[in-house]
Design a binder for this molecule. Structure first.
Ligand code: NAP
Length: 298
């Protein structure tokens, strides 16, 4: 039996599933809940306890981690009718790893604080691969003592754990991250289109540039998928659009014009209108293919 802190995990989607498995592998006693119950089966088979609600998860856990889609979803699983707040003991900790609004994060933390429950915001980056391999980058906002308390759990899920500031600061850093992600994706898409139009061997072109100044995670991980027309999602276009909306809202409040990011938001919108919102965010290349009538890869 493990002597590690009891952890709860709420939201076993593309990211949550891998993160929860890594907590189990690290020896934490784990209680899980997912809205679609069938997604709990493989975690239960691996040793987790299934709970009936977010509140029931929190009741079993010193630290409860959430990883759901958007701001209203995090509000529901934390503060809603059967939300974690109703099961969490005073002094316990809730960590939200979803990407949501920084302002809403501060409001959730205030509600939890009134019930003497601590909160950290800890959005993640590194794709489904990072979640599976335990190599996520985790950007943490909140009280330093709580960050120290959560460190072993963070280390089971991620490789680069950075305490970036007060509650909500993690979400603002995540917005910075997402602006960089989509900018890299657009640059990679345009470059690959030119490579294809120029009749290059795409693998060789990638090999020639990826280790130099032009390299990026998006290029190295997603270009090979584009070459074989594999648009299964590590991160869906619909969720990417949610993050760009958060980015543009935050930048608007801060008085920063986001020119390239707005353009990319509109390009993704054309794909959503084509019914492609469930594809991976590397399908951005399709928006440019539609404009140029050139296809990258097979
Ligand atoms: P996903 O596969 O679509 O999973 C979403 C999860 O949230 C599912 O477990 C879903 O439950 C749950 N959920 C959504 N709304 C809910 C609600 N109202 N009540 C209860 N549960 C709800 O998404 P994901 O890719 O894992 O992303 C999760 C979060 O991580 C998002 O905020 C995303 O922006 C962020 N993120 C994702 C990536 C990535 O590469 N995928 C990278 C970094 C950050 P059901 O199973 O019942 O639908």
């Amino acid at each position: 039996m493990s002597n590690q802190r009891a952890i709860g995990f709420i939201g076993l989607g593309i990211m949550g599933r891998g993160m929860a498995h890594n907590l189990l592998r690290a020896g934490f006693p784990l209680t899980v809940w997912n809205r679609t119950r069938s997604k709990m089966a493989d975690l239960v088979a691996a040793g987790a306890q299934a709970a009936d609600s977010p509140a029931a998860v929190a009741q079993q856990s010193e630290i409860t981690i959430t990883c759901v889609s958007d701001t209203p979803d995090a509000q529901t699983v934390i503060l809603g009718e059967n939300g974690a707040i109703h099961g969490a003991a005073p002094g316990s900790l809730i960590i939200d790893t979803s990407t949501i609004s920084p302002q809403a994060t501060r409001e959730i933390a205030a509600s939890l604080s009134a019930a003497q429950i601590h909160m950290l915001d800890a959005p993640i980056s590194g794709g489904s691969e990072g979640a599976e391999n335990g190599t996520l980058s985790i950007m943490v906002g909140g009280d330093a003592a709580q960050v120290a308390r959560a460190k072993p759990a963070f280390e089971a899920m991620g490789k680069t754990i950075t305490h970036v500031g007060e509650i909500g600061a993690g979400q603002t850093v995540k917005i910075v991250n997402q602006i960089l992600v989509v900018g890299n994706m657009l640059a990679a898409s345009e470059a690959l289109l030119v490579a294809a139009a120029g009749g290059l061997d795409l693998q060789k072109a990638l090999q020639a540039v990826e280790a130099g100044a032009a390299g990026s995670w998006m290029l190295s991980n997603r270009a090979p998928q584009i070459f074989v027309r594999d648009f299964r999602p590590g991160f869906t276009i619909d969720l990417q659009q949610k993050d760009l909306r958060l980015a543009m809202e935050a930048a608007d409040q801060l008085g920063v014009p986001l020119l390239a990011t707005s353009l990319i938001h509109q390009l993704y919108k054309t794909l959503q209108l084509q019914g492609l919102g469930g594809e991976g965010n590397h399908a951005l290349v399709k928006a440019l293919e539609n404009l140029s009538q050139i296809t990258v890869g097979e």
